[in-house]
Design a protein around this ligand. Structure first.
Ligand SMILES: [Zn+2]
Length: 380
């Protein structure tokens, strides 16, 4: 993104820029009319902070999800169900929950907005001329409110994110936040939506944009496999051994002790005791299988509980070796989360139930690893 594209009357000064592979992140001072409000000057400083790339990656991923959703909605197949609580793919989700008590008129306004916004939002995300994303570390104030993001009304100008919010929010929440912000940049009837004034049957423009954003995410959610289990499953568990192959730069997991022993004998480092944990040995109500895939050219394994990802990888040449075991899709009291990290260099995954290990890997190795979606939940 060329700096020239940031030309707005409100931009006073650019302090510095960081270029990542996919996104320009800039820190600047800005004052003027943003989303209809006057704001204090912004400033940020990236000195000594190595998390910038992670924020850029998270924002890029959310933008990709937004574009994917817009393209799907454009086909019209899902659009008829938009904003309708009874037609959510996952009625349990919080995004669908927002739609629960909408009036018929609100449903109609919501659907009309999403329908009209698809093309303008795709244009604002067209590669090469996309709306720039920026972030800052100091709280972003709009009037007396502290917000996670802001932008100016209309198609011009960047969207500015609070770095902490990007780190805190799950990807779906970030997609919803993006849709809200792009909503300010999209014409609704004859004008752009401001946050504070009431809008039709909605108490505020903010409420309206939060609703359409939730409806947009709900439109493309995959159904939740299960509801929250009330208690830990009673099926047998088995240890999941972990070793590390320095040659392939890959972690190897297996539930079979003899396979683990062979790996160690072949030079893999035994890491089983750094954060030992178990998988369930059998399926149960609310279980997800842990698929193990292998790619010969990488000499490495990949593990996922996402069957859509598993299928995509098989299409891309990975061999499905087996199911290593089962995990709970959702947490319950006493369950341990299996934290998942992704190695940036090769996309391979590291799993641990130790929050300390997760954080140590994430923050000690700079940009080598990023947090990934949890593999699932397992027995304590
Ligand atoms: Zn807003």
């Amino acid at each position: 993104m060329a700096p020239g594209l940031l030309k707005t009357s409100s931009m006073l000064e650019i302090f510095s820029r960081i270029k990542t592979s996919q996104i320009l992140l800039s820190f600047f001072t800005l004052a003027g009319v943003l989303a209809g409000c006057h704001r204090n000057a912004l400033q940020g400083n990236a000195e000594g902070y190595n998390g910038g790339d992670l924020i850029g990656i998270a924002l890029s991923a959310a933008r990709a999800r937004l574009v994917e959703g817009l393209k799907t909605a454009k086909t019209g197949e899902t659009l008829a169900a938009a904003c309708d609580f009874t037609r959510c793919t996952d009625p349990q989700s919080k995004f669908c929950g927002v739609l629960r008590n909408l009036s018929a008129g609100q449903v109609l306004s919501c659907r009309n907005f999403i329908t009209a916004a698809i093309e303008p939002m795709l244009q604002l995300n067209r590669s090469g001329s996309e709306t720039p994303f920026e972030f800052r570390f100091e709280p972003i104030k709009v009037g007396s409110r502290t917000v996670d993001a802001m932008t100016e009304l209309g198609p011009q100008g960047a969207i500015i994110f609070l770095a902490e919010a990007v780190q805190r929010l799950a990807e779906e929440d970030l997609v919803a936040l993006l849709f809200h912000e792009f909503g300010h940049k999209t014409l609704y009837g004859e004008s752009y939506i401001e946050d504070d004034p009431a809008l039709g049957e909605f108490t505020s423009g903010r409420d309206f944009l939060d609703t359409v954003a939730s409806a947009f995410v709900a439109l493309h959610e995959r159904p939740s496999p299960v509801s929250n289990p009330r208690q830990l499953p009673t099926v047998a568990t088995r240890h999941w051994y972990r070793s590390y192959d320095t040659v392939a730069d890959a972690h190897f997991y297996t539930y079979q002790a003899n396979e683990h022993t062979v790996a160690i004998a072949n030079g893999y480092t035994d890491e089983s005791n750094s954060s030992p944990f178990v998988l369930y040995a059998e399926a149960f109500d609310g279980a997800l299988p842990v698929f193990r895939l292998f790619k010969a050219s990488m000499k490495a394994h990949y593990y996922t509980t996402d069957s859509i990802e598993k299928d995509a990888r098989v299409q891309a040449g990975w061999v499905l070796e087996r199911v290593e075991g089962y995990v709970m899709a959702k947490p319950c009291s006493g369950a341990r989360e299996i934290y998942t990290l992704q190695r940036m260099s090769n996309g391979l995954r590291l799993f641990t139930t130790s929050l300390n290990e997760r954080n140590a890997v994430l923050y000690s190795f700079g940009n080598a690893w990023i947090a990934d979606v949890s593999l699932g939940f397992t027995a304590p």
